[in-house]
Design a binder for this molecule. Structure first.
Ligand code: MOS
Length: 747
C-alpha cells in the first residue's frame, strides 16, 4: 500500500487473535453470561408430538411450583402482528417463518409450545415437566426417502440462490460415452453443534428499553427482527453479541429463544433469559439430508462427455430452504453436456438451515466421490483425471474467474503429500494389519462480498477505533479488522481497537458465507483511507505545517506519524499532535464498501482447494483412522496465515465428521432425531485427528474485491469428506456412496 509502512501487525502477518486472552481467561462473556439482579429464567417446553394440534394445556401444576411466575402459551400470549413479513429476517427462506406460541398447531418435533418463566432456570425446567398437555396427533411424513416421489423444483428461492444452468444434451452424450459411471449418493442430516448453546439475556430497563445479549451471527438482523415484531423504534432496543461460541450457520437466523425471551420480558416487565438445552438444539435447523444421482460419461482417456447431476433435499412445510448442490461439478470441469437439476421435498420438520459451506459441503463432496469412480472406470489416476478435465472458466456460466489457482493447488498438494508414490490399484498398500488408502478431491467455495459500513475514530490520545455491526463467530474478525486498519493507517496494532457485535454500530450483514473478511475488511480499509486523507489535510492546513504545499503522495503514515518523504527526520508529526494543533478532539469518518454489481456478474468469484487424504483401515475391525490430510488452498490474499490455517483446519474437521462420523438419525415412527446429544452424535475429537498440513497458494487478485481476499471460513469442508471417502475405497476396494462411512457400512 503506497504511503503506509509494512508492519509486523499488518496484512499478511501471523499475529495472535486480539481477543484470545479474553477468551482463554474467561473474561469474554457470552449471551447467557450477562447477569442482572432479579433476572428471570424461561424454559421452552418442547412438543412431544411431531404433527397435530394442542387440544388443551393445563399449566396449574407448573404454576403452583414456588418460584414460577408465569406459563406463556398460544392461549395467553400477548397479541402479535398477523402478517408474515413482520417475522422475516435478513436471511429467511421464502415462505412463512415459524413463530413460537403462534397457534395450537404442532408442525415439527421439539417445537416450543410453552415458556415457563421462573426465578431460576432449574425451577423453570422442573415446572415445565408438570405441564399437562392433550395433543390431537396427525400422521407425519419425515422420511426423505419416502418423500422423493413428490419432490419438486423450488419455485420460490432465496436471494442469491442460483438455479443450476444445464448445457448441451447430457442424457444422449451419456448413453454414447465409452466410459460411464452411474450412482446414487446420500448424505445424512447433520447438526451444527456449536459449543455455546443458543441463549438470550434480555435486560429490561425501567423505561421499557431493552438491552439484548443474543447468540447471533448478526446483531442487526436480531435487532431488526425484534423491532418489526414488537414495534420498537430505533434506539429502544440494542442487541449485543460481542463473542459467539461457535455458530457455523446455526445463528444466522434469529432463533426461538430470542423471540421467547423478549416476549416474556415485555409481558412480565422484567429481565429474562432463555437458553435452549443441548437436546433442544436438535429441533432447530440442520443441514438437510440429500440424495444425489450422478451419471458421468467420458472418453476412454477420462475426458468428460456428460455430467448428469440431480439432487433432492428436504425442506419444511413452512419455508422453502434451498441449497446450491448440483452446480459445482458443472462449474469445475470442462464438459459440453451437463444436465443439472435440483428439487426439494417438503417434510414435517423444522426448516433446514445453512451449515458451514451449505450446498457445497453436500454437493461437492458427493460429486467428487463420483469423479473418483470415473477415474477407476477409465483407469486414470484420480489427480490426472481432474487435470485432463481442468476448466479455466466457470463452465456453467461460461465466464472467466477473477483468479483461479487450482492447478497450482493440485501441484503443491500432490507434492507435499507424495501422491506420485501412490499405487493405483485398491488394496495394494498396507502396513501390518492395516490397509492404507490415499484419496484426493477438489474443493470449491464462493468468494462473496456484501455491502458493509465501518466507522473509524481517531482519538486525542492517538488511538484508533474501527467499528461495524458485523459478528465474530470465531474466524478472527476482530483481529482481521485490526490488521487491515494497521496496514492502512500505519498505526501499530496495540493502538487499534475493533468493535463489532453491536446493533448500534454501522450497517453490516450477518457474518456468513465466508464474506466477512472481504466485506468488513474492505469497509475498514475504505474508512481508514478516508481517515488518513482527512488527517493529512488537517495537518497540511495547520499554520507553519511541515506538509505545506505537499500532496498526499508526498507523505507516508508510519508508526502513528505522518512523515514527509523528503526530509523525514524534520518533517513529521504524530497523529495526536495533529489533532491537538487543529483543536480537534477526535476525527471520525464512516464509509460503506460495496461490491461492483456489474463486475460481479461478469466474472466468477471462487476459492478452490485440492485435498489429499490418507486413511488406515484395520481390516478385521473396520476401524478407520485419517492419518494424514494435505489441503492446498487458493483463497486470494491471506490476511493472517495463523488464523486462516485454523479456519481451514476447522473446516477439515467438519469434512472428517461428514466422511466418517456425523449424522442425525431420526426415528421416523416418532419423527424425531434420536441421537440428540454429543454422546450419540459423534463429532471428531482430538483423538481422530493426526497430521493435517495446510498450504496456501496465494492469488494476486485485484478484481475480486479491494483487499484481494476470498475468505477461508468454509473452504475447508468441500472436498475433504470426498478425499477421505476416496481414500477408504483405495484402502479397502469398497465404494461407499452413503456418508458418513461408519464401520457397519464397511464390514
Ligand atoms: Mo455460514 S453456513 O454462511 O454461517
Amino acid at each position: 500500500m503506497a504511503g503506509a509502512a509494512i508492519s509486523r501487525s499488518g496484512i499478511g502477518a501471523p499475529v495472535d487473535r486480539v481477543e484470545g486472552r479474553l477468551k482463554v481467561t474467561g473474561a469474554a462473556k457470552y449471551a447467557a453470561e450477562f447477569n442482572e439482579a432479579a433476572l428471570l429464567h424461561g424454559h421452552a417446553y418442547a412438543s412431544r408430538i411431531t404433527k397435530g394440534r394442542i387440544a388443551a394445556i393445563d399449566p396449574s401444576a407448573a404454576l403452583a411450583v414456588p418460584g414460577v411466575l408465569d406459563v406463556l402459551t398460544h392461549e395467553n400470549r400477548p397479541d402479535l402482528p398477523l402478517l408474515r413479513r413482520h417475522y422475516q429476517d435478513e436471511v429467511a427462506s421464502p415462505g412463512i417463518p415459524f413463530v413460537p406460541l403462534w397457534s395450537d398447531k404442532v408442525l415439527f418435533a421439539g417445537q416450543p409450545v410453552a415458556l415457563v418463566v421462573a426465578e431460576t432456570a432449574e425451577i423453570a425446567r422442573y415446572a415445565s415437566s408438570l405441564l399437562e398437555i392433550d395433543y390431537e396427533e396427525e400422521p407425519h411424513e419425515t422420511d426423505l426417502k419416502e418423500a422423493l416421489h413428490r419432490a419438486a423444483a423450488p419455485w420460490r428461492t432465496r436471494k442469491g440462490y442460483v438455479r443450476p444452468k444445464s448445457r448441451g444434451d447430457a442424457p444422449t452424450a451419456f448413453e454414447a460415452a465409452a466410459v460411464r459411471i452411474d450412482g446414487e449418493y446420500h448424505l445424512m442430516p447433520e447438526h451444527h453443534n456449536p459449543m455455546e448453546l443458543f441463549g438470550t439475556t434480555v435486560v429490561r430497563h425501567d423505561d421499557g428499553r431493552l438491552t439484548i445479549y443474543d447468540k447471533t451471527q448478526g446483531a442487526l438482523n436480531s435487532r431488526n427482527y425484534i423491532s418489526k415484531i414488537f414495534g420498537y423504534g430505533g434506539d429502544e432496543i440494542q442487541v449485543l453479541s460481542p463473542f459467539v461460541g461457535g455458530a457455523f450457520g446455526a445463528a444466522l437466523r434469529p432463533q426461538h429463544q430470542l423471540f421467547l425471551a423478549v416476549l416474556a420480558a415485555r409481558h412480565l416487565e422484567r429481565s429474562v433469559r432463555v437458553v435452549m438445552t443441548r437436546q433442544e438444539m436438535w429441533s432447530l435447523q440442520f443441514r438437510p439430508e440429500c440424495y444425489q444421482w450422478v451419471k458421468l460419461g467420458a472418453e476412454p482417456d477420462g475426458r468428460l462427455a456428460a455430467i448428469v447431476n440431480h439432487a433432492v433435499t428436504n425442506s419444511s412445510r413452512l419455508e422453502t430452504y434451498t441449497d446450491n448442490i448440483v452446480s459445482w461439478g458443472g462449474m469445475l470441469y470442462r464438459c459440453d453436456n451437463a444436465d443439472l437439476e435440483y428439487r426439494i421435498a417438503e417434510t414435517d420438520t423444522m426448516t433446514p438451515g445453512d451449515m458451514r459451506a451449505p450446498g457445497a459441503a453436500t454437493g461437492v463432496n458427493l460429486f467428487e466421490i463420483a469423479m473418483d469412480e470415473l477415474a477407476y472406470a477409465a483407469g486414470v489416476d484420480p489427480l490426472e483425471l481432474r487435470l485432463r478435465n481442468y476448466a479455466e472458466k466457470d463452465e456453467m456460466h461460461g465466464i472467466d474467474y477473477t483468479s483461479k489457482a487450482l492447478r497450482e493447488c493440485y501441484a503443491a498438494g500432490a507434492e507435499r503429500f507424495g501422491w506420485a508414490r501412490r499405487v493405483f490399484e485398491p488394496r495394494s498398500m498396507r502396513e501390518g494389519r492395516e490397509l492404507i488408502g490415499w484419496g484426493m478431491a477438489t474443493g470449491i467455495w464462493e468468494a462473496m462480498q456484501s455491502k458493509t459500513a465501518c466507522r473509524a475514530t481517531l482519538r486525542a490520545d492517538g488511538r484508533l477505533e474501527v467499528a461495524t455491526g458485523t459478528a465474530d463467530i470465531g474466524p478472527g474478525t476482530y483481529t482481521m479488522m485490526v490488521q487491515v486498519a494497521a496496514e492502512r493507517t500505519g498505526l501499530p496494532a496495540e493502538r487499534i481497537e475493533a468493535k463489532l457485535g453491536d446493533s448500534t454500530l454501522p450497517y453490516a450483514p450477518v457474518q456468513g458465507g465466508s464474506w466477512t473478511a472481504a466485506s468488513t475488511g474492505s469497509a475498514v480499509a475504505l474508512a481508514c483511507e478516508t481517515l488518513r486523507t482527512r488527517l493529512y489535510e488537517m495537518a497540511r492546513d495547520l499554520p507553519d505545517s511541515p506538509f505545506a504545499s505537499t500532496g498526499i503522495d508526498d507523505v507516508r503514515f508510519e508508526d502513528g506519524e505522518v512523515v514527509r518523504n523528503v526530509d523525514p527526520m524534520n518533517k513529521r508529526m504524530r497523529f495526536e499532535a495533529i489533532l491537538e494543533a487543529a483543536g480537534c478532539p477526535e476525527l471520525k469518518v464512516e464509509e460503506t464498501a460495496k461490491p461492483g454489481m456489474i463486475s460481479m456478474m461478469r466474472k466468477a468469484r471462487n476459492s478452490h482447494s485440492a485435498v489429499f487424504a490418507e486413511v488406515r483401515v484395520d481390516e478385521e475391525l473396520g476401524v478407520m483412522r485419517v492419518t494424514r490430510i494435505v489441503s492446498a488452498c487458493a483463497a486470494g490474499r491471506i490476511i493472517n496465515p495463523k488464523i486462516a490455517r485454523s479456519q481451514i483446519l476447522g473446516g477439515i474437521v467438519f469434512g472428517l465428521g461428514m466422511a466418517l462420523e456425523e449424522e442425525s438419525m431420526m426415528d421416523h415412527r416418532l419423527g424425531r432425531f434420536m441421537n440428540h446429544d454429543l454422546a450419540e452424535y459423534h463429532v471428531p475429537v482430538n483423538a481422530d485427528l493426526f497430521d493435517v498440513d495446510i498450504i496456501f497458494v496465494e492469488e494476486q487478485d485485484e478484481e475480486v474485491n479491494p483487499l484481494g481476499v476470498k475468505g477461508v471460513g468454509e473452504l475447508g469442508v468441500p472436498g475433504t469428506a470426498a478425499a477421505i471417502a476416496n481414500a477408504v475405497f483405495h484402502a479397502t476396494g469398497k465404494r461407499i456412496r452413503d456418508l458418513p462411512i461408519t464401520i457397519d457400512k464397511l464390514l
